[in-house]
Design a protein around this ligand. Structure first.
Ligand code: SF4
Length: 198
């Protein structure tokens, strides 16, 4: 079984699923079996809520102030596991919870997941990935038609539910497209983080 919780630069992350509805050209799972202190983030089977919570119960959170849901898959593709385990964390630890998401959770789950997320999640980092639909298709390789518009809808809906939202792109985009992404983020009144491709 792969690592469910792993440390990277002293921060604890939850790797709850390998399912994803994108295949981003910059995704680190294309290159490495694991990152940080995790030897492998590829699960041999999908972890259950019980297995994730059991691992959380064994983990020392005393030096952590945030748990980030981010691994080799899209956390909202394992929504029940995400919600169950985040509830466990909120009941047992005084730490904040962030979800790094591609913003396609409403499409995948076929309903608005944000009211449920808002009960346990303090912040979202949402992958914008591109300034327009054509670039998004080329960079993120989503399984859905119209995925970029779905991400924009999710971002707008998120602002109604989650107090702390950051958008992100990866610096594989040419500079002019990075600038265009800044304009999109600005039009949504949200900060944009430009991550380095590694
Ligand atoms: S959404 Fe995240 S996990 Fe999925 S392919 Fe893109 S970078 Fe990788």
């Amino acid at each position: 079984m792969a690592d469910i919780l792993y440390l990277y630069d002293g921060q604890v992350y939850a790797n709850i699923t390998n399912t994803c509805n994108c295949n981003c050209v910059f995704c680190i799972r294309r290159q490495h079996a694991g990152i940080g202190e995790a030897a492998s983030l590829w699960h041999s089977f999908a972890p259950s809520s019980k297995e994730v919570i059991e691992e959380m119960a064994r983990f020392d959170f005393s030096r952590q102030n945030t748990l980030v849901y981010c691994g080799y898959g899209e956390p909202t593709c394992a929504l029940d596991v995400l919600l169950d385990s985040a509830k466990y964390i909120k009941s047992n630890h005084n730490i904040s919870i962030r979800v790094n998401t591609n913003g396609l959770g409403n499409v995948y789950n076929k309903f608005n997941i944000l009211p449920q997320l808002a009960e346990v999640v303090d912040s979202l980092s949402i992958s914008l990935n591109a300034p327009d639909a054509a670039t998004y298709e080329a960079v993120s390789l989503p399984v859905y038609d119209g995925a970029f518009d779905s991400v924009l809808e999710f971002i707008k809906e998120s602002k109604l539910w989650i107090p702390d939202i950051t958008l992100s792109i990866v610096d594989v985009l040419p500079k002019e497209q990075q600038e265009a992404c800044k304009e999109v983020a600005s039009s949504l009144s949200l900060p944009l983080r430009i991550r380095k491709y590694s």
